[in-house]
Design a protein around this ligand. Structure first.
Ligand SMILES: Cc1ncc(COP(=O)(O)O)c(C=O)c1O
Length: 588
């Protein structure tokens, strides 16, 4: 008999269930189910524990006790990844206790019910004002904005406003409005492309390259804009590598284009993650004017649920001035004697996140956010440097590399002086984390994108990078491995997003785990994944005091022999040997 290549596990279980139970008792989730006992001793003393599955596809006729269903759902959800170890996502997974209380206390409030919840509306407006100021709104301009469900909705609105304004201008000039286009890099997040497709705008998706840091290339922007370009989406920062796209460089290019042609093309900045990073960090946007200080930037979006540090479900869109938001996108809502303006896609939406956003802004303040973002960047630098120190990996992200002379150096020097003064007088500067800040480094998101080094690939051609991701998944870390955008898709990257909840200790564990799984693969060379997975179980035993002392001794001996602490400085040489002790904080 040949083995079947596919089986339906639900069929098997239901079949066995039917065999075991008299037909009068057997229940199928899809046929409704019978009267169930409502009494039970513990949630696990009900038939759900052993005989019946929870109805999945159709509503059961009778309900079941709440604590039973709760326990069953909780158990099923244990199959999900652990949020804190999900390093694939930019979305916040940590909520401090007061924020949790505010979320629960306001869970029932609909942000659309302005008249019923005026305090919540006032809080939303305050957040808009705070963000507009944080993003450099200028005197004399009246910024407008709104909370959205996430950056995606905000991007739709920003794009739509640019399209409508372009249409207005074209109609006023007696020109057609048939072929609008919008410019973005091939690294653009799907929301940007969705805007183009849903709102019938040609997406001019420009190829990215190593030279453009896998981001939007200003030179290509120059070649691709024309009279039908409604605007340019510039991203702060790229989801692939965390690089900030050069808003000011693109903007200067558009200035030149306007001088030559008279055509004024606006920029919308997709600052989904960077909107809460660049304003706070010493590195800023690497010296580039990325926000409303730059007159060509008409609107900016950010996700409150990313580095805004709120639970999923909130984004923000701000236009620099009411004039940038066409009137026909604004709906006047009249109820209970009041009039409200609405310019969002969704009507009902959760309100609690808005309250938590305001809580964070007030509770953390500028310096609190700065400290958190600087910590995230510092941890991302440690991870990047540790990975490169192995010689096995190369980073495509640059936040651990020294800032170029022309950008952050003034800030770096100021920060270094500040740090030196602080240590001299024995106190910590209120506004700075110490002598080393992000100002000394290339600006970007706290993201580490890395791949096998060229030498590693030469020496271990059989090892697939994807296997590193799989093996780390077995240790509960979620670190995706995926290809760069289309014309660079031969390069695969592993990517770690460092969020607020990545403590230094956890980072230490992460580095150790990456080192261990890579070593295992190197020992196997020709990968036998199952074998490796099996072995992994046995290798992950705790290190004893004696073992640690022995390692310490070896390290000291090497130091005295004039070694290079695990061979860090000799990247590429004797890879296996120098990693025998793993990576240590001292080498970072
Ligand atoms: C650059 C960028 N733009 C847009 C989005 C979409 O944001 P949201 O998930 O808040 O809708 C993301 C999400 O990761 C992003 O990184």
């Amino acid at each position: 008999m040949s083995l079947s290549r596919h089986v339906d596990p639900e069929d098997i279980i239901h079949h066995l269930q039917d065999l075991r139970m008299p037909s009068s008792q057997a229940t199928s989730s899809s046929t409704g189910g019978q009267q169930q006992t409502l009494q039970h001793l513990t949630p696990f003393s009900t038939p759900y524990a052993s005989q019946r599955d929870i109805p999945k596809y159709q509503i059961p006729r009778e309900g079941a006790p709440g604590d039973t269903v709760y326990e069953m759902l909780k158990d099923e959800l244990d199959l999900d990844g652990r949020t804190n170890l999900n390093l694939a996502s930019f979305v916040d997974t940590y909520l401090e206790e007061n924020a949790q209380k505010l979320m629960v206390e306001n869970a029932g409030k609909n942000l659309a019910d302005n008249d019923e919840y005026p305090a919540m509306l006032a809080i939303a407006n305050r957040c808009v004002s705070i963000l507009a100021h944080l993003w450099g709104v200028r005197k004399g301009e009246s910024a407008v904005g709104s909370p959205t469900v996430g950056s995606s909705e905000a991007i739709m609105l920003g794009g739509l406003a640019m399209k409508r304004r372009w249409q207005e201008r074209r109609r006023a000039a007696g020109k057609d409005t048939l072929k609008p286009n919008i410019i973005m890099g091939a690294n653009a997040q799907v929301a940007l492309e969705k805007f183009a497709r849903y709102f019938e705008v040609e997406a001019r998706i420009l190829p990215v390259s190593k030279k453009s840091k896998f981001c939007l290339d200003p030179e290509l922007v120059r070649e691709n804009v024309d009279e039908n370009t409604i605007g340019v989406f510039v991203i702060l920062g790229s989801t692939y590598t965390g690089h900030f796209e050069p808003v000011e460089t693109v903007s200067k290019m558009l200035d030149e284009y306007q001088e030559k042609t008279g055509i004024d093309i606006p920029i919308h900045v997709d600052a989904a993650s960077g909107g809460f990073v660049a304003p706070f960090t010493h590195a800023g946007a690497g010296g580039q004017k990325w926000n409303f200080e730059n007159p060509r930037v008409v609107s900016i979006n950010a996700s409150g649920h990313k580095y805004g540090l709120v639970a999923p479900g909130i984004g923000w869109i701000i236009w620099r001035d009411k004039a940038c938001l066409p009137k026909d996108l604004i709906f006047e809502l009249h109820y209970l004697g009041g009039t409200e303006e609405s310019y969002t896609l969704n009507f009902s939406r959760p309100g609690a996140q808005v309250i938590v956003q305001y809580y964070n802004l007030i509770h953390l303040g500028f310096n609190g956010y700065r400290e958190i973002m600087e910590n995230c960047l510092a941890n991302a630098r440690i991870l990047s440097k540790s990975l490169e120190a192995t010689g096995w990996y190369t980073c495509l992200s640059d936040i651990h590399r020294p800032a170029p002379e022309t950008t952050n150096t003034a800030e770096a020097a100021a920060a270094a002086v500040k740090g030196a003064v602080s240590s001299a007088v024995g106190r910590t500067e209120e506004a700075g984390p110490g002598p080393e800040t992000s100002a000394a480094y290339v600006a970007g998101l706290p993201v580490v994108s890395f791949r096998f080094s060229d030498q590693f690939r030469r020496e271990y051609p059989h090892i697939k990078q994807e296997t590193v991701s799989l093996l780390l998944r077995a240790r509960q870390w979620i670190i995706p491995n995926y290809a760069l955008p289309p014309n660079e898709s031969d390069t695969e990257i592993l990517r770690v997003v460092i969020r607020v909840s990545m403590s230094f200790d956890l980072l230490d564990r992460l580095v150790a785990d990456i080192v261990q799984v890579t070593e295992q693969l190197m020992e196997k060379d020709e990968v036998d994944l199952l074998g490796v997975l099996h072995e992994q179980k046995h290798r992950r035993k705790p290190v004893t005091k004696e073992e640690r002392a022995e390692k310490e001794k070896k390290r000291e001996e090497r130091k005295h022999k004039g070694g290079t602490m695990g061979g860090v400085k000799e990247a590429g040489k004797d890879v296996k040997k120098r990693m025998e002790d793993g990576i240590h904080r001292t080498v970072c």
